[in-house]
Design a binder for this molecule. Structure first.
Ligand code: LLP
Length: 433
């Protein structure tokens, strides 16, 4: 579900026509729907109602302060992976006591800052990290709260670059090895064991990998509850979203079944996991990112040229791989729709950006409705891993970000001023005169 819909021939975000935003703020432009963010959080929260649970939004998916504030106001916790993300959560008014700190490479400074801010726990990914946290906590005369991230060696059936829960990956401590690490943790004076954690991957569109992973974890979790008094079990993030709405409706069943991937919802996820998790009697922590923000954002771009070659039609737009890298990096599918729909039949085209790389494309041979130079297009489902993965490649400034709520519009990130691109650069000392 999301609040982007067509009224007449115009695409709206909630009650605001997107074309008005494109004309007012220019393109490329990210637009987020606050009601969609709220709806997704509330649907997950409601589906998990039978459990004592905490939803820790994975900040990496979209770390705009207004997005973080939306979730903080709903009572969310946060899954952070760096000093910078913790600073953002604090700046947005989030509660550090609801922050879980993940990542395989936490530095001494990051650990110290998080300890001083009394976060909920460190999700520990290795024994050397555990030792380091213990030493820093000793220096600060504190007990560091930890959960150990377990690698359950489960195949998540998602893109290789976003699979994390197999022994091929750098993440977590192997399931068959982790009990010994808990025993060691217990003997460390400045470590306080609070939980156990797993995360198997991202954009998982079936409940099955979650169920397999939780089933593998259950015996361990029960032992940890009895022997180490863990308070919570974090089942990580990874719930997938619908990038191609043809999966949800409008296409016949045979077409849907040809698609490798299905649709997962808050309810289907909860229905699959509740029977396994409820009997544990533990608090359940979740770390969803994409599920909460993915379909709540679009990237608006303007058609610069239509280039017809002997082989192909290229629709050249003013957004590029530096603004949204997912198609280039993961071959990801993003639906592309015009903000104003013209009548006429579809025609296959490559939608490409201006960056000097062949990988700079948003779609290949996509049957597009009629578009002309100057038209605006929306790249749908760009709320997660969109703006956060943007770069200044080709010296292109970061696009602005807009939050919409009903009829209200607010700019939540300014377009990056062009001078800022070299603001922190200098001529070498000997070049100055
Ligand atoms: N927890 C941990 C430990 C994670 O590593 C991640 C994502 C999450 C939670 C949140 O996962 P989500 O619910 O958003 O699937 N840039 C890629 C996705 C990378 C995901 C990294 N870890 C993409 O654009 O598809």
């Amino acid at each position: 579900m999301h609040c982007f819909s067509r009224i007449g021939r115009n695409l709206y975000c909630e009650k605001v026509p997107l074309r008005a935003l494109a004309e007012r703020f220019g393109t490329p432009l990210y637009v987020y729907s606050q009601s969609t963010l709220e709806h997704h959080y509330q649907s997950l929260d409601a589906a998990l109602h039978p459990l004592d649970h905490l939803v820790c939004y994975a900040v990496k998916a979209n770390s705009n302060l207004a997005v973080l504030r939306t979730f903080a106001n709903l009572g969310a916790g946060f899954d952070i992976v760096s000093h910078g993300e913790l600073r953002r959560v604090l700046a947005a008014g989030g509660d550090p006591a609801k922050c879980v700190f993940a990542g395989v490479g936490k530095t001494e400074d990051e650990i110290e800052f998080a300890l001083r801010n009394n976060i909920c726990c460190f999700n520990v990914e290795s024994e050397p990290e555990l030792q380091r946290i213990n030493q820093i906590a000793a220096r600060l005369k504190k007990a560091a709260p930890v959960a150990i991230r377990v690698n359950p060696n489960v195949e998540a059936h998602t893109h290789a670059k976003i699979t994390t829960g197999t022994y091929e990956n750098k993440f977590g401590i192997a399931l068959d090895h982790v009990l010994g690490v808990y025993d060691k943790a217990d003997r460390l004076r400045h470590i306080r064991i609070r939980g156990v954690q797993m995360h198997i991957g991202s954009q998982i569109t079936s409940e099955k990998p979650f169920v397999s992973a939780v089933k593998r974890m259950l015996p361990l979790v029960q032992v940890l509850k009895a022997g180490h008094h863990v308070e919570f079990f974090s089942v990580g993030g990874g719930i997938g979203i619908v990038y191609d709405p043809a999966l949800e409706s409008g296409k016949p069943q045979w077409w849907k079944s040809k698609q490798a991937k299905g649709v997962i919802t808050a309810d289907s996820y909860a229905r699959a996991l509740l029977p396994l998790l409820q009997p544990l009697g533990l608090r359940i922590v979740l770390e969803p990112g994409r599920f909460l923000v993915g379909n709540a954002g679009v990237l608006i771009t303007r058609v610069q040229y239509i280039k017809q070659t002997a082989n192909k039609r290229f629709v050249i737009v003013d957004a590029a791989m530096n603004d949204l890298i997912r198609p280039a990096f993961y071959d990801a599918y993003h639906e592309i729709v015009p903000l104003f729909s013209r009548p006429g039949s579809r025609f296959p085209a490559d939608v490409v950006g201006p960056v000097c790389e062949s990988g700079d494309y948003f779609a290949k041979q996509r049957p597009l409705p009629p578009v002309k130079e100057g038209d605006y297009l929306a790249l749908m489902s760009a709320g997660a891993y969109g703006s956060v993965m943007a770069s200044n490649y080709n010296s292109r400034p970061f696009p602005p970000e807009i939050m919409v709520k009903g009829r209200k519009v607010s700019i939540v990130r300014d377009r990056q001023p062009i001078e800022e691109l070299w603001q922190h650069e200098h001529m070498a000392a000997w070049q100055k005169d």
